[in-house]
Write a protein that binds this ligand. Structure first.
Ligand SMILES: Nc1ncnc2c1ncn2[C@@H]1O[C@H](COP(=O)(O)OP(=O)(O)OP(=O)(O)O)[C@@H](O)[C@H]1O
Length: 255
């Protein structure tokens, strides 16, 4: 991707999204599970952060609470200064639709809509027009030019995930949450999607938060945040596969 003339990153500014002393308890009484046990963490604007940790450590719960898909038991979720935990459902729905982008392992495209219509659907729902320059740039960078009239069923997994990525990025959301975005892709398509996520942060100043089990995927991020037993268990800046693998192994040993 080309670098934009006006810098849109703000690495020293306030976090795009943050959790403050976040607690999530599922169930009650003897069967209660404390999935998040007082997590405070910020995700800086324009950075690509991976959330990692052993199975059951609370990664998905944290992401779902940050994205307003699940409600926390206590604590705050600050999206650009708005405390999502204090908002009624209709405000949360609007925030999810207009301020947040999502990329899921299962692509979540609408099967009856073309690639093109899938990409612009969130903007259409919000009654907004896409920025034609950004739309063009995304379509070119993602190599989707010849596929815009195709239905998802006529696209490969990698192409479907690139459509999902374009859909998430075209509205310039405050944060893109990616949940195991390469989980259903072969290694080459996965590497392409991860490089595009990395470039979106670097070149477009897009804030990205990704949950993954894969140290190779996390190595594309600027920073890895580790969770264990619902708590923050360290972080790695400028991660590589070795540093991430070692950190995960040490968490496994200390359990
Ligand atoms: N809806 C739910 N009801 C009850 N317990 C839940 C629910 N969702 C998650 N949990 C529990 O909360 C804890 C954290 O789960 P979570 O899915 O956030 O972990 P994770 O790190 O994403 O796990 P994985 O890597 O296996 O996907 C686990 O003990 C899990 O069993």
């Amino acid at each position: 991707m080309q670098r934009q003339s006006a810098p849109v990153t703000d690495r020293n500014g306030p976090a795009a999204v943050a959790a403050v002393d976040l607690v999530k308890v599922y169930g009650a009484g003897d069967t209660a599970v404390r999935a998040l046990d007082g997590v405070s963490v910020g995700f800086e604007r324009g950075r690509f952060t991976a959330i990692m940790g052993p199975s059951g450590s609370g990664k998905s719960t944290l992401m779902h609470c940050l994205a307003g898909l699940d409600t926390a038991t206590s604590g705050q979720v600050l999206l650009g200064g708005t405390d999502l935990t204090q908002q009624p459902d209709r405000v949360l729905t609007k925030a999810r639709r207009e301020r947040i982008g999502f990329v899921f392992q299962s692509f979540n495209l609408l099967p009856q809509l073309t690639a093109s219509a899938n990409i612009t659907l969130p903007l259409d729902l919000a009654g907004r027009e896409p920025d034609p320059v950004l739309l063009d740039r995304l379509i070119t960078t993602l190599g989707l030019g010849g596929r815009l009239g195709h239905l998802p069923s006529e696209l490969s997994g990698g192409q479907q995930q690139r459509v999902a990525l374009a859909r998430a990025l075209v509205s310039r959301p405050e944060v893109v949450f990616a949940d195991e975005p390469t989980g259903n892709l072969d290694s080459r398509s996965g590497a392409e999607v991860l490089a595009l996520l990395r470039d979106s942060a670097r070149d477009l100043g897009q804030t990205i938060v990704m949950v993954t089990h894969d140290p190779g995927a996390a190595a594309y991020a600027d920073r890895v945040v580790m969770l264990a037993d619902g708590r923050l268990a360290g972080e790695i800046h400028q991660p590589d596969i070795t540093s991430v693998t070692e950190a995960l192994q040490s968490l496994a040993v200390n359990r």
